[in-house]
Design a protein around this ligand. Structure first.
Ligand code: SER
Length: 825
């Protein structure tokens, strides 16, 4: 490998466009912000989607970026091509330049040609382009600007030359630049050529999209306010070209990772087909590290599931190289080296990334073990019954119960010459998904989410500083249906225009309390036993009418159960103190991965490399208590997300926030993004006590705790227990431990004495029985027989007696019966 290092290529690209009036914009996270249409960032243009469509007002006219992307799932999915071609990745970096209604085709083509042939000096005769079939304008520009002959401008259809990021959103015709790797890479296909063949002779290096449309959910195209430009160049591919590498995997972006795999497996990177496992592992390691650094953790759904599949696929390919123990996590360090400092996330979250990968590898190893054992039995059964098919139900059970992936079952089946009924598997899977969807719908209906709420405005939340407020009933629901009124005993959901009730969210449970209407309004009393939030900020008060008649449109006084709310707030503020203390004690690799705050307790999940030592837990607890006993004021304010980040506010790992965020501050010790409610001073938390620590999945630990009244309740219960024990032992509570130790010692002494007496007795018995043994047989074959019936002696006693007897008899036989049926020895 030689040529320009990839770090320089990245920088040269960005500088080239900066020099031409483009603003350098940092890569966004792989987890798209506020875009449910997208699984992962899959192109540089994603973060500018609303700028293209005009939905976001922006001063930006020209931009350039190096965007981290993952194409594994959704519209763009390259997972299965990885390693089989020389050019596909799941994770890759996309270099791009963008015009938002500023320049269009002419400049985009001109810039591309200049960078490729002048700055990077690629031979023009190795470059080919494709254009959308009737885009004469683009074809003419390539002829004029680049001087490309007609035969190197290939016209293709929608599949190749119309680019869209997803089913909806900005899109347009595009034009791709391909690099010809040379006739020596020609494939066997007679028609081999750009756009006609997908072999590795032709390497698409740059895609210029002429953004002109916005596709809506019905598939209709609407013209964008102003035509724009979105280009994307895979850094890995251009590095392969500029470094003269045989493939992307032989560039400096991959070599350190592949070298690490060579070292771990003790096998050299081979030639030809055998390279597949090395390449897949290197590619997948990059995807796993970057995804976890951006907050995705392996799980069974959505993004977490895609990550799990990628990670497990890499682990399987590792097995082909003899790598059975967790190894993938060790590839983070070489990856970070290969990235040459371009992505600080890989260093900042090193501990989290490695711990999460390692834990998932361990979990997969267990899955493999139990699943393979089961699958072996299935294979055996199928074979011995002379069959050739493994049923879809069996494969589904393996998948559903043991998390055993279909592709692995397929591999094992193939090795054994068996066939899997994949269609039946798909049907079983679809049936399970259908049930899950129906469940979700039923749950949503139970909370009145549905069409009945669609026309309601977002509820104004007053509960940060009020526990009682006047509001108006905007809707009354029984189940899913709007009703006019509710009577005593009726279970209803009430929507108000404004409310002091906190709706469950951010881990904090919903408020309880009461809604009361004046006598003129029906005099209703409704006991609220839960508050939730439906979509679009509509708060749902769920409860039961206890008296009067509650009418749609009534004015009500809404009053939160203040005692319960205060307990919830103690636990919520303690959660922030705990988060901060964990980072202090365990390091900044700790990131919140979920929490639950109720009136009785709190639960906090966080990323960590392994169990937290008891001494560390004690330090965490002491640190939290120190900030309660030496209290801090608790305040909050609303600011821009960027400001909050600059101030160093802690955020939920992997969570996406809007532009304006609420920040909760506790003195100068803790600063955290949070929408929940809190005490006014940490002194109100009272006291803090950790009640447990455990692991709940790949690289995630959970601690549980109680505060204030919860600690008091534990103290009282503990003291009562101690007093009970003291009464039984007839001592004072302070003497319980001594008294128990004394008793334990006396008991052990007695047991020792009892065992010795039993042994003596057994030996005496053996002696007696040996003496009473009868001689049988003749000279030469004489032996002694000892037999006895010993009712009441158990099987162990009989066995040891038989051993003692055998030792005494020399050559002889022993026949003993005792205890009951079947106990003869
Ligand atoms: N969005 C286009 C692509 O991903 C160009 O950046 O190919």
């Amino acid at each position: 490998m030689s040529g320009m290092p990839s770090a320089e290529i990245r920088e040269a690209f960005l500088r080239f466009f900066e020099a031409r009036g483009h603003v350098r914009v940092p890569s966004s996270s792989l987890v798209p912000e506020d875009d449910p249409t997208l699984l992962f960032a899959n192109a540089g243009m994603n973060q500018f989607k609303d700028v293209f469509t005009g939905r976001a007002r922006s001063e930006l006219r020209r931009a350039t970026s190096a965007q981290r992307c993952v194409r594994a799932g959704g519209k763009h999915n390259d997972l299965d091509s990885v390693g089989r071609t020389l050019r596909h990745n799941t994770f890759f970096e996309m270099l791009g330049n963008f015009s938002f209604g500023d320049y269009f085709k002419r400049e985009a083509i001109g810039y591309a040609w200049e960078l490729l042939t002048t700055v990077w000096a690629l031979p023009p005769d190795r470059l080919w382009v494709t254009v959308f079939r009737d885009d004469d304008e683009a074809a003419a520009l390539w002829r004029e600007t680049a001087g490309l002959p007609e035969e190197r401008i290939v016209r293709l259809g929608e599949k190749d030359n119309f680019w869209a990021m997803g089913e909806t959103g900005p899109c347009g015709p595009c034009s791709e630049v391909h690099f010809d790797r040379g006739p020596e890479h020609r494939c066997a296909a007679p028609e081999c050529g750009v756009g006609r063949c997908s072999c590795d002779r032709w390497l698409e290096v740059w895609n210029l999209v002429f953004m002109q449309f916005d596709r809506d959910a019905a598939g209709e195209l609407h013209a964008l306010p102003r035509p724009s430009i979105d280009t994307g160049m895979g850094l890995e591919r251009i590095a392969a070209v500029l470094q003269g590498a045989g493939s992307i995997f032989e560039t400096d972006l991959f070599r350190p990772i592949i070298a690490a795999v060579e070292e771990l497996s003790g096998r050299p990177y081979p030639e030809g087909e055998d390279r597949l496992p090395f390449r897949v592992i290197a590619d997948h390691a990059r995807a796993c590290c970057f995804l976890i650094a951006d907050g995705v953790l392996p799980s069974n759904e959505g993004r977490g599931y895609v990550l799990r599949r990628i990670l497990r696929r890499a682990a399987r390919f590792g097995r082909r190289l003899g790598l059975e123990a967790p190894f993938l996590w060790r590839l983070r360090a070489p990856l970070a080296r290969a990235m040459d400092g371009a992505y600080r996330e890989l260093e900042l979250r090193a501990g989290t990334v490695e711990a999460a990968i390692r834990a998932e590898e361990e979990r997969f190893a267990e899955t493999l073990e139990s699943g393979l054992a089961l699958l072996d039995r299935v294979v055996e059964e199928v074979r011995s019954s002379g069959g050739r098919h493994i049923s879809g139900e069996t494969v589904f059970r393996l998948y559903d119960t043991y998390g055993f992936p279909l592709d692995l079952t397929l591999d094992v089946a193939e090795e054994n010459g068996l066939i899997v009924d994949t269609a039946a598997f798909e049907r079983a899977l679809e049936e399970q998904r259908r049930r899950a969807r129906a469940d979700r719908r039923a749950r949503a209906r139970a909370y009145g989410e549905g069409p009945a709420l669609e026309d309601l405005p977002a509820t104004t939340f007053l509960g940060y500083d009020q526990l009682r407020a006047e509001g108006e009933v905007l809707a009354l629901l029984s189940g899913q249906s709007r009703v006019e009124e509710a009577r005593p005993g009726d279970e209803v959901t009430v929507v108000l225009d404004r409310t002091p009730f906190y709706g469950e969210g951010g881990g904090q449970v919903g408020d309880h309390g009461e809604l009361r209407a004046g006598p003129a309004d029906g005099g209703a009393r409704l006991r609220v036993t839960d508050t939730r939030r439906a979509g679009r900020g509509v708060f749902l008060h769920i409860g039961r009418v206890e008296g009067g008649v509650l009418r749609d449109g009534a004015g009500v006084t809404a009053e939160v159960d203040a005692g319960r709310r205060r307990d919830v707030e103690r636990n919520h503020s303690a959660t922030h103190l705990l988060h901060r203390a964990l980072r202090e004690v365990l390091g900044t690799g700790v990131h919140q991965a979920g929490s639950l705050v109720t009136d009785e307790r709190l639960r906090f999940d966080f990323t960590a490399e392994g169990p937290v030592a008891a001494a560390e837990l004690r330090r965490v607890e002491a640190l939290v208590n120190a900030h309660i006993l030496d209290p801090l004021p608790v305040e909050w304010f609303v600011t821009d997300l960027d400001d909050a980040r600059r101030m160093g506010a802690m955020a939920l790992f992997g969570e996406k926030y809007g532009q304006r965020v609420r920040v909760v501050r506790m003195g100068d010790w803790s600063l955290e993004l949070c929408g929940g409610t809190h005490v006014g001073s940490t002194a109100e938390v009272g006291l803090f006590h950790l009640t447990g620590e455990s692991g709940i999945g790949s690289g995630v630990r959970r601690v549980e705790a109680v505060t204030g009244p919860g600690v008091l309740a534990m103290l009282v219960a503990g003291r009562a227990e101690l007093e009970r024990a003291a009464a039984i032992l007839r001592c004072r509570p302070g003497e319980v431990a001594l008294r128990v130790a004394d008793l334990a010692e006396r008991l052990a002494e007695r047991e020792r004495a009892g065992a010795a007496a039993e042994r003596r007795e057994a030996l005496d018995r053996a002696e007696r029985l040996a003496a009473a043994a009868v001689e049988l047989g003749r000279d030469g074959s004489a032996f002694r027989l000892s037999s006895a019936e010993l009712p009441g002696v158990g099987v162990d006693g009989l066995r040891s007696l038989a051993d003692d007897l055998r030792a005494r008899l020399g050559s002889g036989a022993v026949l003993l019966t005792g205890g009951g049926a079947g106990h003869g020895v």
